[in-house]
Design a protein around this ligand. Structure first.
Ligand code: ZN
Ligand code: ZN
Ligand code: ZN
Length: 246
């Protein structure tokens, strides 16, 4: 399986419109602080699946040579995770989309003109796409009522994506996400800061330790980190276009 972080930014992405902080300046100068909004591409030998469709999807597809997807899975109904689906207009019709019922209700109301093929999925019920097994697990991302993370299995390999989540994860989910080969964790701000809807980088690293992740990468990153080349010396920050082969 090949995993590509298409976008490692938070809801605004970096640079933030109108901001001239050192991290946004680095982003403007073409550095790795430049972060498009959240999307992850999962590829197997037989197909490719998008986890979330952030608003920057068009350029993510072009820069990463993606000409179609076999399916989309949505983690929750926040704009920075679904709005880019509109980029499939006139490019790919009737895309198969997967998620829990409440999330699909919300997103498909916004995207009604695109007529994707809807597949309701239950949390903790595995389903197969492109030869990979996916399981959605409950996370907490207040005030969203129902947000999920995603586990991807291929043979004995396991990737866990927290989606947007706080550090408190339901115990049923904690049991399921243990010992991943790769944990892709929401770590929106540096350890010195706290936000109510997300883990900070330190909490994400604690989660990685608690579940015994072999490797961890932080994503959904804000401009409050130092520029990428500095901040990534002490924390495993992801960057746009980062690839993992498992
Ligand atoms: Zn988000
Ligand atoms: Zn900034
Ligand atoms: Zn969110």
């Amino acid at each position: 399986m090949k995993v590509t972080l298409l976008g490692t930014g938070d809801a605004t992405g970096t640079p933030v419109i109108g901001c001239d902080c050192p991290t946004c300046m680095d982003a403007n100068n073409g550095g790795r602080s430049r972060r498009l909004r959240f999307s992850i591409l999962i590829q197997s030998d037989t197909g490719q699946v998008l986890i979330d469709t952030g608003p920057d999807l068009k350029w993510q597809m072009i820069e990463n040579g993606i000409d179609h997807v076999d399916a989309v899975i949505w983690t929750h109904g926040h704009y920075d995770h679904y709005a880019g689906f509109g980029e499939f207009h006139r490019i790919q019709y009737n895309v198969d989309v997967y998620g829990i019922e409440e999330t699909l209700d919300y997103i498909l109301d916004y995207l009604y003109f695109l007529k994707p093929i809807r597949h309701n999925v239950l949390m903790y019920e595995p389903f197969v796409l492109a030869g990979l097994t996916f399981t959605l697990f409950e996370v907490k991302h207040p005030p969203v009522k129902n947000a999920v993370g995603v586990i991807v299995y291929e043979g004995d390999k396991k990737v866990v994506i927290t989606g947007d989540a706080i550090r408190t994860i339901p115990s049923k989910s904690m049991e399921l996400i243990r010992h991943p080969d790769l944990l892709i964790a929401d770590g929106i701000v540096p350890p010195t800061m706290n936000v109510k809807k997300h883990m900070n980088a330190q909490e994400a690293m604690e989660l990685a330790g608690e579940i015994g992740a072999k490797e961890v990468v932080l994503t959904h990153l804000s401009h409050y980190f130092e520029p990428h080349d500095v901040a990534s010396k002490t924390m495993p920050l992801g960057y746009d276009g980062m690839v993992f082969e498992l």
